[in-house]
Design a binder for this molecule. Structure first.
Ligand SMILES: [Zn+2]
Ligand SMILES: [Zn+2]
Length: 339
């Protein structure tokens, strides 16, 4: 089966409406569902509707898991449609509140950066790095975007490398180095004075920023659906039509791994795996008014589980057990060379 539909083919308005409906069914998961619905509203261009969803979450009686993230997303969205003063006030409040989660920091710093407030963006990234990275030589992965963002803004400001820039360079793993990626003056230092080349560099920088922002505006992974062996047996016994999708459990697991690798190789970030159960799948089919035997429902089921916060990040951390449920480390199980 295919994972989540690529962003460009999604009917964002319909998807937002479906997630808002699902939030009525699972109020305990409303925060993650409505955040994803808001991302679709933003992508559909209906920014006021996204603001309404952020406000609904912030005004709800239930305490939020991550109120700072909701505020950061709201500020970033507001600024995109002309509410600069309100956005700045929220950003100031957020910086003063010093959240211990990197994501809201990244979102507001990038919002400043994308509105050419480079000094402010730099200060914001630096505050967050000071708070969350400190002197850790192996900073946790969620803090990497802070280091990368700070590195990027400092290159655009023409600042010299400091220790945190060196750390950013050392944790960066893409084949192209961070300095190549972030240095708009690179073409000059190579002896070129061709404005077209400089322009190409700047476009690349903006593209990278765009990719990060896209990942953040979709705080839920692109998720592949995984059925444990016993669930798959039960599913295929009840709905033999699905045998076409799932010829065997072994094949099912191998396809998940290869699909995720393909997505990762094509630059899709934020990948994950959701685990299905027959009763929850049947309930989902009923809510959508269709039969569980309908294979086109499977990717929607996966997306909904992911939107409900049920996705586990892929690939697993080094040394962690494989995602397939075996006790073997990922590297020697599905993470091996021949999946
Ligand atoms: Zn560097
Ligand atoms: Zn495995």
């Amino acid at each position: 089966m295919r994972p989540d539909t690529p962003a460009e083919n999604v009917d964002h308005t319909a998807e937002a409406a479906r997630l808002e409906r699902t939030a009525e069914l699972y109020p305990e998961d409303a925060e993650s569902l409505l955040l994803r619905a808001a991302a679709h509203r933003e992508l559909s261009g209906d920014r006021p509707a996204a603001t309404a969803l952020y406000d609904r979450l912030l005004a709800s009686g239930t305490p939020l898991d991550n109120p700072h993230l909701v505020r950061a997303l709201k500020a970033s969205n507001l600024w995109e449609y002309g509410h600069e003063a309100e956005a700045r006030a929220i950003i100031d409040g957020l910086r003063a509140a010093s959240p211990r989660d990197p994501a809201p920091w990244v979102i507001v710093a990038e919002s400043l950066e994308s509105h050419d407030e480079l000094e402010q963006a730099h200060e914001t990234f630096t505050e967050a790095v000071r708070l969350l990275v400190t002197d850790n030589p192996k900073p946790p992965k969620p803090t990497h975007p802070l280091l990368f963002g700070r590195h990027r803004v400092r290159r655009m400001l023409g600042a010299a490398h400091d220790e945190w820039d060196a750390l950013a360079d050392s944790v960066h793993t893409l084949p192209i180095t961070l300095d190549e990626l972030h240095d708009p003056n690179r073409v000059w230092s190579l002896g070129s004075e061709n404005p077209a080349e400089l322009e190409a560099e700047l476009i690349r920088l903006r593209a990278e920023l765009g990719a990060y922002r896209e990942a953040l505006s979709r705080p839920f992974p692109v998720a592949m659906l995984h059925w444990p062996a016993s669930e798959l047996t039960e599913l295929l016994t009840a709905y033999p039509a699905l045998l076409e999708e799932y010829p065997s459990h072994e094949e099912h697991l191998a396809r998940i791994e290869s699909a995720l690798r393909e997505l990762a190789a094509s630059g899709t970030g934020n990948l994950g795996i959701v685990t299905g159960t027959v009763p929850s799948y049947e309930a989902f089919a009923a809510a959508e008014g269709t039969s569980p035997a309908d294979a086109t429902l499977l990717p929607q089921y996966a997306t909904t589980l992911a939107a409900r916060g049920r996705a586990v990040a892929w690939p697993p951390d080094p040394g962690a057990p494989c995602w397939c449920g075996s006790t073997t480390p990922y590297e020697t199980c599905h993470g091996g060379t021949a999946p």
